[in-house]
Design a protein around this ligand. Structure first.
Ligand code: K7E
Ligand code: CUA
Length: 653
């Protein structure tokens, strides 16, 4: 066992050298061939891409928006991380978005975006993404492309098997990678086995508003719950989670969690559990987690602490959870569009294991079990096996589908994507990736209705693919045309942070609904002013509230006097433009903060502590008109004891 593990490490460490050399052949492509590929990714000036791709920002904590096939980045949407570009997490309105039970957290690690669905088809209303480090799930509006809601997930740690969506967006699911004591207590770490629990959280999504709320948490045995996928079509109502470390070891996991020949995919009948809790089942547990909601009309987020969570003990609801043995420390967990096949990619095995959902039901019906773990029945591997793909690759990770009966699996160690046929399990094609691919994405490729056409691989290692930029390189994605029998590599494009997963969708589903600006008559921000004429400055003790307007190319007021050292100044700024794409920025010298970028019709607030006597300027940061450089103002700061009265300039005065 030990020796074979060492052998594996050897493969892991030498394989990169191997793929690195393989690159040379790629550069010798004939130029005629390259120009026909160029046509396939060329989007002429002024024309639009055919697809949006929403690529996880990984350790940037954010979500990036790209166009396909061009590979151009359109936007970085701040989600879990403070974002000085817009003031997200710095403005008073958005600070509550980053509140947690640990206080304000300015960063996270985001992995798996997933777009909302109706009847198993991407509907383009919202996109969800997980915060892996301090467990959270975010919902982003695909109308405003802004983060609207973040919910913390209690009893979880390493929120990795997240955030995946059931086919009518009934639930967004969050599973814990690390098992922990539930509730948290001070215990020796070597008491892990049998004592730690893995919480799988089912977060209900309101059909109309998208508002999230934790409906129940299943407290599973102390394994690592790595990835998950909802059942589709015939398996709708079930959810599948890959596990590793079923050994439940608490140290040297790289060796000790690879002892068992097979780990499990946990199959969860969530409909059954939903019914159970709807009928009063489950146990309410005291807890404390943040639920943060951004209101588009007040342009303000509020954070509420929730004190209770409903937990479900698997032993209390027999017949709802089963274990499907799966070799060997599986990572990816994917379900094909028909819902018949559940694919587990043992990252330490060469073959892919495909479980059959009908066979699983049959085995359950016949009560054919091969023992149990913590009261949860284990099915027989052979009874549920639909087939396996003898891929010839190494280190399979993730699978997506084209809706034409084909599956595409990434192989990290052998650096390739392998296309194979569902049902016959034959390998149809394989193409190298540069280098060490993690996830891949096909538009709609994890839903009931994949849109096909493109597939892109998100690679972990970049090396020589781009001009060098010092030791740190952006990761590299690669776009393939999958409309033919063979995959065709079209394009390399850089990605931001570490894109674990991405969701892609035809642009037509989203672009018509994209908001152009916020209507002033719908602005309910308590410090908004409806016109520049309403601008004013109000002192409340040491707090100074500036109700400010910005419109091309002027701040009202632009000059303010009577502010004193030791005050706390709030700039409440409303952008009075009512036109598409006319933001203004605001920056104040010496602010221990970022700028604000304020969209038309929106109000945002920056706080500033005047520390030094003098006259201090502020200015607009976004080149908004020919007179942008004139868009500026001054604040006169007087000594603490000064009796200079508050005064400010109004238009034309
Ligand atoms: Cu990078 Cu889905 Cu977090 Cu695999 S995960 S690669
Ligand atoms: Cu407003 Cu520049």
């Amino acid at each position: 066992m030990r020796t074979s593990f060492k052998f594996l490490i050897l493969i892991l460490s030498t394989s990169f050298l191997f793929v690195s050399c393989g690159n040379k052949g790629n550069n010798s492509n004939k130029s005629a061939l390259n120009s026909s590929k160029a046509e396939k990714v060329y989007v002429a000036p002024g024309e639009h891409d055919s697809h949006y791709a929403f690529i996880s920002g990984g350790y940037s904590g954010n979500l990036t928006v790209y166009g396909l096939p061009s590979g151009r980045m359109f936007k970085e949407i701040p989600v879990f991380s403070q974002f000085p570009t817009t003031g997200y997490g710095y403005s008073e309105e958005t600070k509550p978005m980053l509140n947690t039970s640990f206080g304000q957290i300015p960063w996270d690690d985001s992995h798996h975006p997933d777009i909302s669905q109706t009847n198993g088809v991407l509907d383009g209303r919202w996109i969800f993404i997980n915060g892996n480090n301090t467990p959270r799930i975010a919902r982003i509006s695909l109308t405003t492309f802004e983060t609207e809601e973040i919910i913390e997930v209690p009893n979880s740690a390493g929120n990795h098997s997240s955030s995946f969506i059931t086919e009518n967006t009934e639930y967004v699911v969050a599973g814990t990678r690390f098992s922990v004591p539930v509730p948290q207590v001070d215990v020796p770490i070597n008491e892990y086995k049998g004592k730690f629990k893995g919480a799988l959280s089912f977060i209900k999504v309101d059909k109309k508003t998208g508002r999230m709320g934790i409906k129940f948490q299943i407290l599973m045995p102390g394994f690592n719950y790595d990835l998950s996928h909802p059942g589709r079509d015939k398996s709708h109502g079930w959810f599948f989670f890959t596990t590793y470390n079923t050994e439940e070891s608490s140290t040297l996991l790289e060796v000790n969690a690879s002892q068992n020949d097979k780990d499990f995919i946990a199959a969860i009948n969530w409909k059954k559990i939903e019914e159970y809790v709807d009928n009063g089942g489950g146990t309410k547990m005291p807890t404390n987690y943040a639920h943060n909601v951004y209101d588009e009309h007040t342009h303000t987020a509020t954070s509420t602490m929730v004190k209770e969570v409903l937990t479900v003990n698997p032993a209390d609801i027999p017949g709802a959870i089963y274990f499907l043995p799966t070799p060997k420390s599986p990572h990816g967990c994917d379900v094909d569009p028909t819902g018949e096949y559940i694919i587990g990619n043992g990252k330490l095995s060469a073959d892919l294991t495909i479980h059959s959902f009908p066979k699983m039901l049959e085995a359950i019906e016949n009560k054919k079990f091969d023992g149990e773990a913590y009261g949860i029945p284990i099915l027989n591997y052979e009874d549920i096996l639909a087939g396996s793909v003898k891929s010839g690759g190494l280190g399979p990770l993730h699978t997506e589908f084209d809706g034409l009966g084909n599956a595409y699996t990434t192989f990290f160690i052998s650096s390739e994507v392998v296309k194979w046929k569902l049902g016959t399990w034959e390998v149809i094609d394989r193409k190298p990736t540069y280098y060490s691919v993690g996830h891949l994405t096909i538009p709609g490729g994890n839903s009931r209705k994949p849109f096909g056409k493109y597939m892109f691989a998100m690679n972990k290692i970049t090396k020589d693919r781009y001009l060098p930029t010092g030791p740190e390189l952006e990761h590299s994605a690669q776009l393939y045309d999958i409309s033919g029998d063979k995959m065709e590599l079209l394009l390399d494009f850089p990605t931001h942070g570490e894109p674990h997963y991405a969701a892609a969708i035809p642009a037509s589903i989203i672009k018509e609904n994209s908001k152009k600006f916020y209507r002033l008559d719908e602005n309910e921000h308590p410090y908004a002013i409806k016109s520049p004429g309403e601008a004013k400055v109000v002192r409340e003790g040491k707090d100074v509230h500036i109700y400010m307007s910005m419109i091309r190319s002027h701040f009202t007021p632009d000059n303010i006097e009577g502010v004193k050292v030791g005050d706390k100044v709030y700039f409440h700024i409303t952008n009075h433009e009512q036109d598409f794409d006319v933001p203004h920025g605001f920056a104040m010298i010496g602010a221990n903060n970022s700028e604000l970028l304020i969209m038309p019709g929106q109000t945002k607030t920056l706080t500033w502590y005047p520390k030094k006597v003098g006259v201090w300027p502020f200015y607009c940061t976004d080149f908004c008109s020919a007179l942008h450089q004139e868009m500026q103002g001054y604040i006169r700061v007087s000594p603490k004891k000064s009796d200079i009265k508050l005064s400010w300039s109004l238009d034309g005065e």
